[in-house]
Design a binder for this molecule. Structure first.
Ligand code: ACO
Length: 324
């Protein structure tokens, strides 16, 4: 059967670095607390005039430059994001416009930190069906637009960025083999931006109550993230008759170094096999997985077996198994 392989990668992060020392001047925190509790040293912050579609388009342009693929050959773009430029209209259309994808159609997909994993599975199905041969899957988020920089519980965690992969028909067994994706709306109460949507439209009161910012019960999210990613990876391993030792690399969502370490321990995977760049970028939500693929793709050899896993608001979570 046709399989969807990742044939090119691209990424973009803003130049502006917000390090822990700068955060010490903004909220009651310390570099030592942030590093020991999260593993994050610095994160990137987009300028006011740079929206999510701008970062996404720059990651696509980087991919096209790296691969020499003609923008007019792209047939579909799926943008995973929780921070579209506007509530109405889809940011994917803006990305197609800004990146010169004249013949592509596109749509947004919102599954928070699991967005890229969901979008990868959806994009792959267009390749597997034989309908398309060039599909872009992008994860991009401008978390600084929805983070309250007076709330130390959340502002130290997040950053801005975008990553993109190109899917095409795989050769010699390469490609996405299987995905296990889950969602559970019971988790919505533990991590959300409560206002600005149809449940609580913007009003003076919602703004005064700071309900347009990310709010979370960090400990509950922490525990569920470890359990969800571990269970999803075990499910994928089991149903593909894989032992942990068969896996060359684990690329996990970058939310907290302690979450990543705990998932590694529960799976008995040595930390050397787990890709980590949270120290440099923080949690960029839908962008963490493609930014990792962009950062580390030179380490992957053809035939390498890779597990991707993510957990995010919703709750949403899952794992995908691919052969590079
Ligand atoms: N600096 C200093 N102290 C802090 C800070 C900070 N930045 N943030 C919290 N604290 C304090 C708390 O107020 C608390 O103090 P208290 O005991 O006096 O109340 C203390 O540190 C310990 O708080 P905990 O919540 O127990 O700290 P924990 O070790 O759980 O770390 C954290 C908190 C980092 C938020 C962790 O729970 C976490 O990473 N959770 C998961 C978050 C996550 O992944 N969210 C995003 C999912 S992504 C998406 O879908 C958008």
């Amino acid at each position: 059967r046709l399989q969807a392989a990742i044939t090119a990668v691209g990424g973009f992060v803003p130049n502006n670095i917000l390090d822990n020392t700068s955060l010490e001047k903004m909220v009651d925190t310390s570099d030592a607390w942030i590093i020991s509790r999260t593993g994050i040293k610095e994160r990137r912050i987009a300028d006011a005039d740079m929206a999510t579609s701008d970062m996404a388009a720059l990651s696509v342009k980087n991919l096209l430059d790296n691969s020499g693929v003609n923008p007019e050959d792209i047939e579909l773009l799926i943008l995973a994001t929780s921070t579209p430029d506007h509530v109405l209209n889809p940011a994917a259309a803006l990305v197609c416009e800004k990146a010169g994808l004249k013949n592509a159609w596109g749509f947004d997909l919102n599954a928070a930190c699991s967005g890229f994993l969901y979008a990868l599975s959806v994009g792959a199905s267009f390749i597997e069906s034989g309908k398309y041969s060039k599909v872009l899957v992008v994860g991009a988020d401008k978390m600084s637009a929805i983070v309250n920089y007076e709330d130390r519980n959340t502002c130290v965690l997040f950053g801005d960025g975008a990553g993109a992969v190109l899917l095409g028909p795989g050769t010699e067994g390469a490609g996405l083999q299987d995905s296990f994706l889950k969602s559970d709306g019971h988790g919505a109460q533990f991590l959300s931006v409560p206002a600005g949507g149809s449940a609580h439209p913007a009003s003076t009161a919602t703004i005064e109550e700071k309900k347009h910012f990310v709010q979370q019960d960090g400990r509950t999210v922490f525990k569920n993230a470890i359990n969800g990613m571990t269970a999803a990876c075990k499910e994928i391993l089991q149903r593909n008759s894989l032992a942990v030792a068969d896996i060359d690399w684990i690329v996990p969502h970058q939310a907290n170094m302690r979450i990543i370490q705990a998932v590694g321990e529960h799976l008995s995977v040595p930390i050397e096999k787990i890709k980590v760049n949270i120290n440099r970028y923080g949690n960029t939500t839908a962008a963490t997985l493609p930014l990792c693929l962009w950062d580390f793709h030179k380490d992957f050899k053809p035939g390498d077996k890779i597990l991707l896993t993510a957990f995010g608001a919703g709750f949403t979570w899952g794992s995908s198994y691919l052969v590079w």
